[in-house]
Design a protein around this ligand. Structure first.
Ligand SMILES: NC(=O)c1ccc[n+]([C@@H]2O[C@H](COP(=O)([O-])OP(=O)(O)OC[C@H]3O[C@@H](n4cnc5c(N)ncnc54)[C@H](O)[C@@H]3O)[C@@H](O)[C@H]2O)c1
Ligand SMILES: [Zn+2]
Length: 405
């Protein structure tokens, strides 16, 4: 038996934010990030719509990008004090993910972070509050997913929490919120969405319910991401929907090792200032992982279907896989995302502050590889991978060398 779960309600289209006026409750805790939602006036709108719905509103502000366990614990304390019956999270994947984890801790104050990380082991929620998510980036689709990614900075490791319990009750996908995204954020979150759709399509948990969502999202992202990056707001709006479709697919079909690797490399070079942004990590690793996974016959066929659907040509599945890899690398070029970790940093696109020196990468590689294999996303990858192979694959992602194993 398989399960397919989505939010009960999804409001979409320009002005969908007003759906907040229809929520029924008494107290809403609004969880938000560092300031972009306030600066652009969306936070004020959220508060006034919720008040119009007759609710008392309290804010939990300042949730940082790649939220920490500490932030989750602080947010849960604030919820315990305020006792909301609605949690409304607005912003990128970070504040929404943090709010999901706070929700668990609010409903179960005794639960530890380790217990929250047990995959599909989260106890029954909604005894105290329901959850509404409003994304302002076009990538994570956390507004419709059963996941939340929280970083343990002491260990330098990102942990995906996974359970349909944390699939939001209401998602509001309003394209106006995505219009203010700067270019780099548009690029990174867009390639995150592309990775979700492709990994979901080839995942071992794919099914007839997830395939149409995944493949259609891939096509939309192919058509709209680069234009959205270059400022076309019609394409930006389309991307906001496409990423959400990709999310519906991967929340139910799960992901693969691109995400395992992104989770385990994202925060591990933080001490050097080299934070590898989630979407950029995925964009760099995706072509390498396709080359690795295509050694599995079923996966190869499925990549072939994707290439066909994208209209990439190719006389057989090997050619189609090669065309798909080339196309995705071309998208990275068009979006100013480097092809490998070595070129990601201060001296290269996309001009992050830190960079990952070769000796540090090699020194940390065995631990990263071990952690990536153990990541929750590895189980549904179409080809099994050993720690040794993961080390080799990560090296290809560092140097941009060919995957021939
Ligand atoms: N839960 C899931 O299913 C899932 C899936 C993929 C990734 N993630 C996680 O989500 C996090 C990344 O989320 P993200 O990529 O959405 O970015 P983010 O939430 O970390 O935000 C990045 C930056 O963009 C700013 N920002 C957000 N929206 C904006 C807008 N409309 N205009 C201007 N600035 C804006 C934020 O203030 C922040 O500084 C990572 O921790 C990643 O691991 C979760
Ligand atoms: Zn992702």
């Amino acid at each position: 038996m398989a399960r397919f779960t989505l939010p009960r309600d999804l409001y979409h289209g320009k002005g969908a934010l007003e759906a907040l006026k229809t929520l029924k409750g008494t107290r809403a805790m609004v969880c938000v990030g560092g300031g972009s939602m306030k600066r652009f006036g969306f936070l004020d709108k959220v508060v006034s719509y919720l008040k119009e719905a007759g609710m008392e509103v309290e804010l939990f502000e300042g949730i940082e990008p790649d939220p920490s366990v500490d932030t989750v614990m602080r947010g849960a304390e604030a919820m315990l004090a305020f006792q909301p019956d609605w949690i409304v999270a607005i912003g990128g994947g970070s504040p929404i993910d943090a709010a999901k984890a706070m929700w668990i801790k609010y409903e179960y104050p005794e639960i530890t972070f380790e217990e929250m990380c047990v995959v599909f082991g989260i106890p029954e929620l909604r005894k105290k509050a329901h959850f509404c998510a409003i994304p302002s980036t076009s990538g994570t689709a956390t507004e419709v997913t059963a996941f939340s990614v929280i970083t343990d900075y002491k260990k330098g490791v990102k942990y995906p929490l996974a359970d349909f319990e944390i699939t939001p009750d209401v998602a509001i996908v309003d394209p106006e919120l995505a219009e203010t995204m700067p270019k780099k954020l548009t690029a990174h979150t867009g390639m995150d969405a592309m990775t979700h759709a492709i990994e979901a399509y080839v995942s071992t948990a794919n099914c007839e319910f997830t395939d149409p969502l995944a493949i259609f999202a891939i096509k939309m992202i192919q058509e709209d991401l680069v234009g959205s990056y270059n400022g076309d707001m019609t394409k930006r709006a389309s991307m906001h929907n496409a990423q959400c479709l990709a999310g519906m697919a991967f929340s139910n079909a799960l992901l693969g090792i691109v995400h395992s690797m992104a989770h385990k490399t994202g925060a591990v070079f933080e001490d050097l200032g080299a934070h590898i942004i989630h979407g950029a990590a995925n964009a760099m690793y995706l072509p390498k992982v396709i080359a690795f996974n295509a050694k599995d016959e079923t996966a190869k066929k499925r990549y072939g279907v994707i290439a066909d659907y994208m209209g990439l040509g190719g006389a057989n599945d090997d050619e189609k896989v090669a065309n798909l890899i080339a196309y995705l690398r071309g998208m990275n070029d068009a979006l100013n995302i480097p092809q490998c970790i070595k070129n990601y940093g201060a001296d290269a696109l996309p001009c992050e502050q830190g960079f990952v020196p070769e000796n540090v990468f090699l020194q940390r590689l065995p631990e990263i590889a071990k952690n990536a294999v153990a990541d929750a996303c590895t189980g549904s990858n179409p080809r099994k991978i050993s720690v040794e192979e993961m080390e080799k694959l990560l090296k290809c992602c560092y140097y941009d060398t060919e995957v021939d194993f």
